[in-house]
Design a protein around this ligand. Structure first.
Ligand code: AP5
Length: 204
């Protein structure tokens, strides 16, 4: 069992690029952000515990995240590895992950902070299919505007907190994985297709 990690700041394009990687590798996507939002919408204890952190743009405590991941990796579809999206986000999460699964590649999507706010504030999601759009960079097809939703934490104010959390707690993981020889950097500051093509070249 060996897994791939999609790594990068909020709005780097991890969720956007996950689809092509899943199609190419057959690995299921495991997004801690999606799992937390699902828990929140179902009103579970985990969702309620995570709510305040997410709305403030802070990281949810490691213990909650790690128990979520441990449970998820027990599922049948995870037996050959998974595509992690937004996990791990702290050194402790990465060290804990190393005890349960091998990480064969960490794809770091690099985007400057200056571009992140516009990406986040303009993001819209199709509530029926989960497809990610952007009002300027990837407009949704006509006729589905009533299905488009905006995430509660996609405000200019919250994204600045998320970027702070990224730089102080998550960015150090690049060195951690570089030292393990598995980090692959991709310039994410290009159009979506070009980024996808660079990522697919890494997977041949
Ligand atoms: P999470 O849901 O993981 O959010 P995130 O890391 O902030 O990442 P995003 O989903 O915002 O961005 P993305 O990189 O997937 O970008 P996307 O493809 O959508 O986490 C939310 C919260 O949950 C956290 O703040 C934290 O509280 C908590 N949490 C989650 N995991 C945790 C963990 N492990 N530990 C602790 N806490 C955790 O693209 C963004 C927009 O840009 C879209 O509109 C898209 O269309 C557009 N776009 C994408 N690529 C391009 C491109 N190349 N050019 C132009 N536009 C583009």
């Amino acid at each position: 069992m060996s897994s791939i990690v999609l790594f990068g700041p909020p709005g780097a394009g991890k969720g956007t690029q996950a689809t092509a990687i899943m199609e190419k590798t057959g690995l299921p996507q495991v997004s801690t952000g999606d799992m937390l939002r699902s828990a929140l919408s179902k009103g579970t204890n985990l969702g309620l515990e995570a709510k305040g952190y997410m709305e403030a743009g802070d990281l949810v405590p490691d213990g909650l995240i790690l128990s979520l991941i441990e449970e998820r990796l027990k599922e049948e579809d995870a037996k050959n590895g998974v595509l992690f999206d937004g996990f791990p986000r702290t050194i402790l999460q990465a060290e804990s992950l190393a005890k349960i699964t091998k990480v064969s590649m960490v794809i770091s999507i690099e985007v400057p902070d200056d571009n992140i706010v516009e990406r986040i504030v303009g993001r819209r999601m199709d509530s029926e299919t989960g497809e990610i759009y952007h009002i300027k960079f990837k407009p949704a097809p006509s006729g589905i505007s009533d299905r488009l939703i905006q995430r509660k934490d996609d405000t200019e104010e919250t994204v600045r907190s998320r970027l702070n959390a990224y730089h102080s707690q998550t960015a150090p993981l690049a060195d951690y994985y570089s030292n393990l020889g598995v980090l692959e950097k991709v310039n994410g500051n290009r159009n979506i297709i070009d980024v996808t093509n660079s990522i697919l070249e890494l997977l041949v």
